[in-house]
Ligand binder design. Sequence first.
Ligand code: F6P
Length: 336
Amino acid sequence: MFIIPKFKPVKSKKSIKRIAVLTSGGDAPGMNAAIRAVVRTTLAHGCEAFGVQRGYSGLLENLIHPMGASSVANIIQRGGTILRTSRCPEFMTRKGRKQAIELLERHGIDGLVVIGGDGSFRGASILVKESGIPVMGVPGTIDNDIPCTDDTIGFDTAVNTGIQLIDKIRDTASSHDRIFLVEVMGRHSGMIALHTGMGGGAETIVVPEVRTTVNSIVEAIERGVRRGKTSSIIVVAEGCQFGGATPLAKELTKRGYSPKLAILGHTQRGGSPSAHDRLLASTLGAVAVHSLLAGVKEGMVGVEGDYVHITSFKRISQKPAVLSQQLLEISRDLAV
Ligand code: F6P
């Protein structure tokens, strides 16, 4: 259950009339639900809604168009993003941003909602400073690596997808007495690996945040063998010290094992969002619009505990996202 801050929309000469929304960085399941929430909430408050195609690139290429209530019908259940997305290095240049600001002004946009990850928020933060246009961020990334929010849109779906795939892999692993290395996404973060590994009952979880050795992975496999296990699932974060599951598989092969590899990759980014991600996305998208209407100038709408709250972009850039050591310890005990 979310506890939502109460805002009073401000009525002033400078009050917001036109709100645009864009998705940036890697797509994540639930982004469409967030777009829908931004558009519908904007319209419900008597303002005009606009969509920017292809993230910040769309602000350089004039890919901006009005969005009505029916333009977001039947998308809450769809993965990906109907606005499409991109990673846009040009936007990190002053020249690129100048072009973007001119375009936003030309369309009379007086509030922007950016749905994306921490890279997208770095861009948003500079945009606010240089343009004076208020920008709210909504955390949308499967990685769940953004500080000041327990959760990001897409993470729950990605973890559920990972767990479903591990369940399938386990059937083969146990039928053939095999060791499987399952590589999951997450860039520099072990969040997806930890949650997918715990939920899938992995024997070992390798994350970037904690250094390990091939010897200790071998020890864990052998411990299992000693108590009668004939198969193992090792979940490996793509950003771990070994550089993913492939180099680790080579190391295990050198030591006489014959591990099989499953790289889940982009399968974890796709698919219909879970109920949790739809609710999270709908709530955060709506609160982003409420905050703009209440005169908030910038920040990310996140959730900590049950509380939906806003954190400034500056604070987000200063704090690291932390992997729970307690969860890691529990996962080790469960695999004993
Ligand atoms: O940030 C989301 C993410 O899926 C990461 O987990 C992954 O490392 C990266 O994006 C992959 O990016 P791309 O789709 O551009 O290869």
